[in-house]
Design a binder for this molecule. Structure first.
Ligand code: FES
Length: 122
């Protein structure tokens, strides 16, 4: 996650960066023209953003809005077949897609806003 001065025309604001608490995740709808949403999660102060598509068969991960983490908040979990992913790099450590990765989205903070490329997930 980088910090910079202005939101570009080719970028999309997801939310305020401080709206994602430590150990929490938040989902976002697909960008206009897209079908796949994104989600952001904070661990050890860092916010990671991923495409909300499980590498197993491409389904959204969460069973309920914003519920991307296991009950102990230690891993991202796919509700469909139970794959577990490391928060910090999106690598699947157990489940049917072990060794595969969630698609990471580059993000940065602009005036406290969490910003990603406009075409992320499209
Ligand atoms: S779709 Fe995620 S584990 Fe099968």
């Amino acid at each position: 996650m980088m910090v910079d001065a202005a939101v570009g025309a080719d970028e999309r604001v997801l939310c305020r960066e401080d709206e994602i608490a430590e150990g929490a995740a938040r989902g976002f709808p697909a960008a206009p023209g897209g079908f796949t949403g994104l989600f952001a999660v904070r661990k050890a102060g860092q916010v990671m953003v991923y495409v909300n598509s499980c590498p197993h068969i491409g389904l959204p991960l969460e069973p309920l809005p914003h519920r991307f983490l296991d009950t102990r908040k230690t891993h991202i979990i796919c509700s469909v077949h139970g794959a577990r992913f490391r928060i910090e790099d999106g690598v699947c450590i157990t489940g049917p897609c072990v060794g595969q990765e969630l698609e990471a989205v580059p993000s940065r903070v602009v005036d406290g806003l969490l910003v990603v490329p406009a075409d992320a997930g499209v």
